[in-house]
Design a protein around this ligand. Structure first.
Ligand code: NAD
Length: 503
């Protein structure tokens, strides 16, 4: 059934897979473990050629007026609207997330296109008062160069769009090395972008968007290329460290979006109806495979015995199954390695006196080779060492707390710093949580869960999450270089700081 869907999707998107066929990279559907396609990886020479082309494209594209660049992104947004269902289904087939989330991911791409189109008329610089008479200072923002994007399997298309939509309106070209687990969604996204380019006209240079297919080594080669002016890498902290080292050596900018270990505090005054829904979506959505997934839940003593049994009841009834089916809320894990990592983490939790509820493999009829699991709740006596690690699977640890400061310390104790939230109706607690002395994460929410961000805000996290920001707010500034210009319209040449230098 999946292969029929795949053929229909490829046909709708006008993709001829024979252009990519080979035996280096296999797109395996997490739904049933079947091979959707086998593809050829780019050789080292091809990677170089793609960066050559992207660099040549940049030299032209930077001179195209920004609002005109925005028009290309607007056309791309139209293609995404037209083909939202097909691309969303392909995300489900290849990454295993439920169709609602596959469609949501494409909607996120559409949203960032809309944002970027508006931004293309708002790449503002400042005018600054000069200390010298007859002088004026100003800032301009100019395109930076080729942006190299590396993306993870769990957001196979949205992450590229967050980066690329901004990069294009900012006047840059983009090379993209998607996850080796999700090459088909990348090929489809690239094809849709090329449809927009074809409608746009001849001022979009060849090489503006280059797709590089390959594994880690191919990504590493792209990162090493000196013509890549900005590397935006999304994935594990392990990968981020390797990329950061290479970029630090050649003093290149990075945007690093790495692992998270996100918490929620449920305070005594919380609206528990809302909290229960937010906890469940944040902890089991995308089968626990979001960077913002809720992994640690700190529940106040006074409500622990009300909330935790309710959660167990909900967990016991969660519909786990084929992500293409409407009633499914929890799809499969991406692969066997992910399942093994989950089982090891649960075994360690038990050895640390954790009480595990759920977590076992589930057979889904017709999809026996998929790795389906019941999401796990683990009641822990305290925040133990293993809770400091991100296991990319649906495991939510629960720990009691009695005092808000203690809960905030637990929130901040881990090495990652992506997302966090508090459920409370006490204004003092809410403000404390988002204050300078509160959560140390890039995202701190009140009365919503830690996952499911909108594109309008800057997205990213601190500490081992890498410190990068992408998407909304002023994240665009990372994709441009700032130049400060001082103009002298007087007839004399006074020096700054009153320095006298007569010749
Ligand atoms: P991964 O680190 O295994 O792979 C991510 C990408 O990096 C892949 O394209 C891979 O080929 C590439 N890569 C790996 N090593 C490389 C190297 N040395 N040089 C260049 N490229 C290299 O991650 P994954 O399993 O695909 O994704 C899951 C991880 O991603 C989780 O840790 C998750 O939290 C994180 N993630 C973070 C965000 C965020 O915004 N913070 C978003 C999504 C996923």
């Amino acid at each position: 059934m999946e292969n029929t869907t795949l053929q229909a999707i490829l046909k709708e998107l006008d993709i001829n897979l024979s252009d990519y066929q080979g035996s280096d990279i296999h797109s395996i559907s997490p739904i049933d473990g079947k091979n959707l396609a086998s593809l050829r990886a780019d050789t080292a020479a091809e990677v170089k050629q793609r960066v050559d082309r992207a660099h040549a494209a940049f030299l032209q594209w930077r001179n195209v007026p920004a609002p005109r660049r925005g028009e290309l992104v607007r056309l791309f947004g139209e293609e995404l609207r037209t083909h939202k269902l097909a691309l969303g289904q392909l995300v489900t087939l290849e990454a295993g997330k439920i169709l609602q989330e596959g469609l949501g991911e494409v909607q996120e791409m559409i949203d960032i296109c809309d944002f970027a189109v508006g931004l293309s008329r708002q790449l503002y610089g400042l005018t600054i008062a000069s200390e010298r008479p007859g002088h004026r200072m100003m800032e301009q923002w100019h395109p930076i160069g080729v942006v190299g994007v590396i993306s993870a399997f769990n957001f196979p298309v949205a992450v590229w769009a967050w980066n690329a939509a901004l990069a294009f309106v900012c006047g840059n070209s983009v090379t993209w090395k998607p996850s080796e687990k999700t090459p088909l969604t990348a090929i489809a996204t690239h094809a849709l972008f090329m449809k927009a380019v074809a409608r746009f006209g001849s001022d979009a240079p060849a090489g503006l968007a280059e797709l590089i297919i390959g594994g880690r080594d191919t990504g590493a080669q792209m990162v090493e290329d000196k013509r890549i002016a900005l590397v935006s890498a999304t994935g594990s902290t392990r990968m981020g460290r390797q990329v950061a080292e290479v970029c630090a050596k050649r003093l290149t900018r990075t945007i690093l979006e790495l692992g998270g270990n996100n918490a929620m505090i449920v305070a005594p005054s919380a609206d528990l109806e809302m909290a229960v829904r937010a906890i469940t979506f944040s902890a089991v959505g995308t089968a626990g495979q979001r960077c913002t997934t809720l992994r640690r839940l700190f529940v106040h003593d006074s409500i622990y015995d009300t909330l935790v049994p309710r959660l167990k009841k909900i967990y016991a009834g969660l519909p786990v199954g084929n992500p293409l089916e409407k009633t499914t809320l929890v799809g499969p894990l991406v692969d066997a390695a992910s399942f093994d990592a989950m089982q090891s983490a649960l075994a360690v939790a038990k050895s640390e006196q954790g009480q595990v509820f759920g977590g076992e493999r589930k057979a889904v009829a017709g999809n026996e080779n998929g790795f389906y699991v019941s999401p796990a709740l683990v009641e822990m006596p305290a925040q133990t060492a293993s809770m400091h690690h991100e296991t990319f699977a649906p495991i939510m640890y629960i720990v009691r707390y009695s005092d808000l400061q203690q809960a905030i310390s637990l929130n901040n104790e881990v090495p990652q710093g992506l997302s966090s939230s508090i459920f409370t109706t006490d204004m003092r607690e809410a403000e404390t949580f988002v204050s300078a002395a509160g959560s140390d994460c890039g995202i701190a929410n009140v009365n919503i869960g830690p996952s499911g961000a909108e594109i309008g805000g800057a997205f990213g996290g601190e500490k081992e999450t890498g410190g990068g920001r992408e998407s909304g707010s002023d994240a665009w500034k990372a994709y441009m270089r700032r130049t400060t210009n001082t103009f002298n319209y007087s007839n004399s040449l006074p020096l700054a700081q009153g320095i006298s230098f007569d010749i």
